[in-house]
Design a binder for this molecule. Sequence first.
Ligand code: PDD
Length: 275
Amino acid sequence: MKKIYAVYNGSFNYLEDIKISPLSRAYTFSDSVYEVIPFFNFKAIAYKKHIHRLQNSCNALGISINIEAISSEITSLIKNSRLENGYIYYQISRGIDALRSHMYEDSLDEETFGYAVEHNFNSQTLKVSLCEDIRWQRCDIKSTSLLGNVLSMNQAKKDGCNEVIMHKANLLTEGGASNIFFATDDCIYTPSLANNILPGITRELLIEEIRNLGLNFEEGDYNVEELSSAKSIWLTSSTKGLAQVAEIVNLNTNLITNHKLFLECERSFNNKYLS
Ligand code: PDD
């Protein structure tokens, strides 16, 4: 396998040569946040938005960072990896404890880690499972505490699915690693950010495109019945782009593949960001 170009606490190295402490709070408490920054044709997609969200995640945890230094590491990872299309995974933990302790010392130095990996942005269709959203109350923070997502997604994997759509007591929230959009004949809908979801960058970019195209669009509170009567459902993320849902294994739907509203959104998004 090709060596993966990485950086740990400011030193560039190959991933396999990086050594970390088991007392990293990322390891013991998932006291850490992350970003996934896609790049296409050697150029980052929505770079400033990702950096801004990373800063917001750190602010939410009270981790102070040097965002200029981090931003320059991310740029270097993209440039020096020499990959044409891929993404950067970048993680920041609160630091390394002297001994595991829930309450941390204020003097800890933050711990940073990132790598560049190749990725193709070919469009994909998804088989998903609907499940209860069992996560905590701060899913707006892009934290590495993803156990709720991990458990639900791996349960769905047993049914041959590659994603989940979550709902909290019947109210739609988001995908396991993506945001949800769905469409009727003439309107596109997405759950509002008030529903304890991640403010996805792809979601934000797509909403801009939908507005530019002048399509009917609503952000709000939607339930499973509304999803069930949708003609088209798609999930968005930095690595998936716009991915159509072909089937929900445990919900009756009447989905049309290549619904015109989906195609318009996909064409417009791909022309702008993936061409
Ligand atoms: N995940 N919601 C969740 C829970 C996510 O994990 C992600 C992305 C998104 C979409 O966000 P964005 O459009 O900014 O990628 C929504 C990344 C890709 C991951 O964890 O690998």
